[in-house]
Write a protein that binds this ligand. Structure first.
Ligand code: PAF
Length: 282
């Protein structure tokens, strides 16, 4: 059975006995439109022995820029509750915008450097919105463990930085990307793709897989890898690349050469749909 609550007060009624006993709460923050990527996070939270698993479903207006897809973002709370129940989550916390940002709200979390790169460079203010809502959700849920997907690699890094910098008492777990059978990384935004763009979007995974193979075969030059990725993504007529970057896994600084663990990250638009994907290479 999964309980669905909409207010912080209701959630606290459920959680306070656990907090008092010191029982660990596992937390999966989401914006809903749940898919198997989210399911893997909830199942991991359960498998890790958390006494209770909370999944939040909140489409956070703060992390969408003007002209982005806040209004169109898929919303299906009933469907999400079923997915969460089947993934053995115990509580779905689905607050309203007014519950999270009551009148008079004026406080935000900003982070230097890490948030200017990759998606941050293309979506000004996005990570300010993400960090603000995640810190609020952490304060509301007080989880011992929180679970994020590697697909949003930069998001995981900036949240880890915030947790370290602000001494948050939560352990972050970053779980592998879950893919469709044909390789497309699962994303709530995939529902926007028509069949043509859905097919063309496969170039992202194909390009990253090729880069991974090249690294395994000894290629170390980031420019050459990016060139190969660009060539493969270019096979899609619609793809408009935002970035192809080879970066340090923690600082997210661009690398010239791969000499240790590195992340190859891409973002591209197919029609109106912006997709991201990445691969971690050694
Ligand atoms: O990854 C997401 O779905 C969102 O960015 C998050 C972490 C739930 C914050 O709104």
């Amino acid at each position: 059975m999964v309980r669905v609550v909409h207010t912080i007060a209701e959630l606290h009624k459920i959680l306070s006995p656990l907090w008092r006993k010191g029982d660990p709460v596992g937390f999966v923050p989401t914006m809903g439109a749940l898919h198997d990527g989210h399911v893997s996070l909830m199942k991991q939270a359960k498998a890790d022995g958390n006494a209770l698993v909370v999944a939040s479903v909140f489409v956070n207006p703060l992390q969408f820029g003007s002209g982005e897809d806040y209004d169109e973002y898929p919303r299906d709370l009933n469907g999400d509750v079923k997915v969460a129940r089947d993934a053995h989550a115990d509580v779905v916390f689905a607050p309203s915008v007014a519950e999270m940002y009551p009148r008079g709200f004026l406080t935000y979390v900003d982070q230097d450097k890490l948030t200017d790169k990759l998606c941050g460079a293309h979506r000004p203010g996005h990570f300010r919105g993400v960090l603000t809502v995640v810190l609020k959700l952490f304060n509301v849920v007080r989880p011992a463990h929180a679970y994020f997907g590697q697909k949003d690699y930069q998001q995981a890094v900036v949240i880890q930085r915030m947790a370290t910098d602000l001494n948050l008492d939560v352990k972050l777990h970053v779980m592998p990307i879950i893919r469709e059978p044909d390789g497309l990384a699962m994303s709530s935004r995939n529902v926007y793709l028509g069949s043509k763009h859905r097919q063309e979007a496969l170039v992202l995974h194909q390009a990253l897989s090729r880069a991974n193979e090249l690294v395994a075969a000894g290629e170390r030059n980031a420019r050459k890898l990016a060139g190969e990725i660009r060539k493969i993504i270019g096979q899609s007529k619609s793809a408009k690349v935002d970035y192809i970057s080879v970066v340090h896994p923690e600082t997210l600084e661009d690398l010239n050469d791969i000499s240790g663990k590195s992340v190859i990250a891409v973002a591209a638009r197919f029609g109106k749909t912006r997709l991201i994907d990445n691969v971690i290479v050694e």
